[in-house]
Write a protein of this length. Structure first.
Length: 325
């Protein structure tokens, strides 16, 4: 199910705030594949919607031509006494304004009733304008022709059944397109929502790890190799980022005049010291050193010393000593 792998990575991202777990390459790859699949599905839905929209517009244009054909030149409103040739009817609906309508909105068959009674009979006209029935003579009815007696009551009515108006065609088109868009957005958001969530979780996971790596870069210099237990927690790309970030920080500070006289063995001092004297443990054999006061300090491995911080600050930064208290 979409989102389960991302939920696992989200929980691991919260752990990274206080701890620094190993880079979960398999989980990241699984979420990346899921994102690609969701993206391809969204693109497929967009293409499908465009095809359906074009199909509906073509159907609307065909129905328009079937009912109205091309508008005649100079055709106008009877109450207005007709319009001059070339004058644009403001109520005219163009094909671009139309869209398909439901099949039950109107009938494609129109019945024409002759006003002179039984001799002429009735003709049934198809939507394309062709006659699909014959005429009636006397009491006989031709194939496909309605009996004259059944149409006696309609002879006083209009000569043709009313066709759907231009406004009704446009309204039906808009309703059909609205329904099509609603279906599209429902399917699209079902896939787009987990896609965006997976992306946010991936970015949050990597951002949190980058911040931790920056802290490591300020704690360890290139002259002091990153401990193996920490290196195992990083991916190859993260190791490269650590080296490049530490190098850029070193170059930035050494290029400034106000930091030229500071020789702390790197960028390891991230906070000002709070104690004048501290307790340190010797991690690597250092031999004998001379302090600022002139005293000789013998630093043997695993030994602890209570010394002035300024005398051993550089050795702490380089990793020879460890501040324990």
């Amino acid at each position: 199910m979409y989102g389960e792998e991302a939920s696992k990575l989200a929980r691991e991202t919260k752990r990274t705030i206080d701890h620094f777990p190993p880079y979960n390459d398999s989980l990241v790859r699984s979420i990346t594949r899921e994102i690609r699949h969701l993206h391809e599905t969204c693109q497929s839905l967009i293409r499908e919607f465009e095809v359906q929209k074009q199909h509906e517009e073509q159907e609307a244009e065909n129905r328009w031509r079937m009912l109205y054909g091309q508008p005649a030149a100079g055709e106008g409103d009877g109450g207005a006494g007709g319009r001059e040739s070339g004058e644009v009817d403001p109520n005219h609906t163009t094909l671009a304004m139309l869209e398909p309508i439901p099949s039950a909105s109107y009938s494609s068959i129109s019945t024409v009733v002759h006003p002179h009674g039984s001799e002429s009979g009735t003709r049934v006209i198809s939507s394309s304008g062709s006659t699909v029935s014959g005429v009636t003579t006397g009491g006989a009815t031709a194939v496909g022709t309605a009996p004259t007696s059944s149409l006696s009551s309609t002879s006083a009515r209009s000569s043709t059944l009313p066709r759907p108006s231009q406004q009704s065609l446009q309204t039906a088109k808009e309703a059909r397109l609205l329904h099509l868009k609603q279906l599209f957005w429902t399917k699209y958001l079902v896939h787009q929502t987990p896609l965006q969530r997976n992306k946010r979780i991936l970015m949050a996971y990597h951002h949190q790890r980058v911040e931790k790596i920056k802290e490591l870069a300020w704690s360890y210099s290139t002259t002091q190799l990153l401990p193996e237990n920490l290196r195992r927690l990083l991916s190859p790309d993260e190791v490269t980022f650590f080296q490049e970030y530490e190098k850029s920080c070193r170059n930035m500070y050494t290029s400034m005049d106000e930091f030229v006289e500071l020789d702390l063995g790197g960028v390891g001092m991230t906070a000002p010291p709070k104690e004048v004297f501290i307790t340190v443990r010797v991690i690597k054999e250092c031999g004998d050193i001379v302090t600022d006061s002139g005293a000789v300090l013998s630093l043997k491995k695993n030994s602890e010393h209570f010394v002035k911080r300024g005398d051993v600050e550089r050795l702490i930064t380089q990793g020879y000593l460890k501040h324990v208290a």
